[in-house]
Design a protein. Structure first.
Length: 128
């Protein structure tokens, strides 16, 4: 029987369930000797829509985007450390754009066999 997964992508959004998904992704990558890529998407499309709707002005959008970039870096570093604890090297990718579009592109580019997600019932907005 062949290896079920060679290339795994785990999607992070900062939620507890996405961190649980990252741990499962790490476990599966170790068990199946697969490559693991952790991806975090800064949803710039949504930020632009907030400006268009008058909820944010451009300066607020830029500040908020910087905060989201810092969050992305922090979560990607954390997952890298979790993987290192089990001697697994992973690749991390931070993308910008509409989440569903850029994740789909990444999956195609990586020829991913599996996408690991956290619970989809969580609604993620930056916590105050």
């Amino acid at each position: 029987m062949g290896v079920p997964f060679k290339d795994i992508v785990v999607y992070l959004d900062g939620s507890e369930s996405s961190m649980t998904a990252a741990m499962y992704g790490i476990k599966m990558a170790v068990e199946h000797k697969a490559n693991l890529t952790a991806v975090y998407v800064v949803n710039t499309k949504a930020l632009s829509e907030l400006v268009k709707a008058g909820i944010f002005v451009a300066i607020e959008r830029d500040e908020y985007q910087r905060d989201l970039q810092a969050d992305a870096d922090r979560y990607l570093r954390h997952v890298t450390k979790l993987a290192a604890q089990v001697h697994l090297e992973i690749e991390t990718v931070k993308l910008e754009g509409a989440t569903h579009v850029v994740v789909k592109q990444l999956l195609k580019e990586r020829h991913a066999d599996l996408l690991v997600l956290g619970g989809i019932t969580d609604i993620r907005s930056r916590r105050e």
